[in-house]
Design a protein around this ligand. Structure first.
Ligand SMILES: N[C@@H](CCC(=O)N[C@@H](CS)C(=O)NCC(=O)O)C(=O)O
Length: 248
């Protein structure tokens, strides 16, 4: 993985960098950590281009690098719906929408779960996307109180069910001998956000998450995950600097 820190619009990639699969997003976890982790688990040599949003108090320059590049990406037809994240691979793959990107990567690099039919996989994948989407949205719109309510009241019942799916923390989602798959990667990235919010907001772990630590350890013991966590993995910030929660 090559990490690029981007501060100028002309450096925002218009094509894969050095012919490598290229992911472009803000310099934050946001929607992109599952994609970053999936590419890493699949041992893909990719470029992780992270755009700096800049100083939110300077409205003339804040997000300007992206907004200028967004115009170019759209007006030249490189991307039909320019957005972040976007992902480019070879001549033909130009994708926006994090769920589409994550599924493309999972399909291409054999990270789909093998223990369930595709319709169940799609349901579970969208389910995690909803939690992540709510977390991201409320980090900007609601702030700490709304995130706190979500972690205390919304998340516990969901975690009880995910505990069963992950065999009470004794196995990855594909079962006792299963290999890590894209649902593990998405769930793990969301659980990291839950842990972060609990620490930040002084919320005790809920009774329904007794399985979580063991499960996260199973994921972290996968050698590619372990190596990534020790390297350039983007732990923080979870969000851009103008967020009301987790902007640092
Ligand atoms: N549904 C989209 C949401 C993407 C999105 O909202 N991206 C935000 C960052 S969290 C953004 O700043 N996009 C750039 C833009 O709107 O110009 C996805 O899952 O990829």
């Amino acid at each position: 993985m090559t990490v690029l820190s981007i501060t100028k619009s002309e450096d925002v990639p218009l094509a894969p960098i050095d012919g490598k699969p290229t992911l472009v997003y803000w310099n934050s976890a946001g929607w992109s950590n599952p994609i970053r982790l999936a590419l890493t688990v699949a041992n893909v040599d990719f470029v992780d281009a992270r755009i700096e949003a800049g100083d939110p108090s300077d409205s003339a320059s804040f997000k300007k690098a992206w907004m200028d590049a967004k115009h170019v990406l759209g007006s030249t037809g490189i991307l039909e719906f320019p957005n972040l994240p976007y992902y480019m691979e070879g001549d033909s793959v130009k994708l926006v929408q994090s769920e589409a990107i994550v599924r493309h990567v999972a399909r291409k690099y054999n990270l789909y779960p093998t223990s369930m039919p595709e319709h169940r996989f799609m349901m579970l994948s969208e389910e995690i996307k909803d939690y992540d989407g709510y977390f991201i949205l409320q980090s900007y719109v609601g702030g700490p109180d709304v995130i706190s309510q979500f972690i205390k009241e919304g998340v516990p019942n969901k975690l009880a069910i995910w505990g069963k799916i992950a065999h009470d923390g004794n196995a990855l989602i594909d079962g006792p001998d299963g290999k890590i798959n894209i649902l593990d990667i998405k769930l793990y990235c969301f659980l990291r956000k839950v842990k972060f919010a609990q620490e930040e907001l002084n919320i005790k772990p809920c009774a329904q998450e007794g399985w979580v630590d063991a499960y996260m350890k199973l994921v972290e013991d996968v050698p590619e995950v372990k190596a990534y966590l020790d390297s350039d993995y983007l732990h923080r910030p979870l969000n851009n600097p103008h967020a009301k929660f987790a902007s640092k």
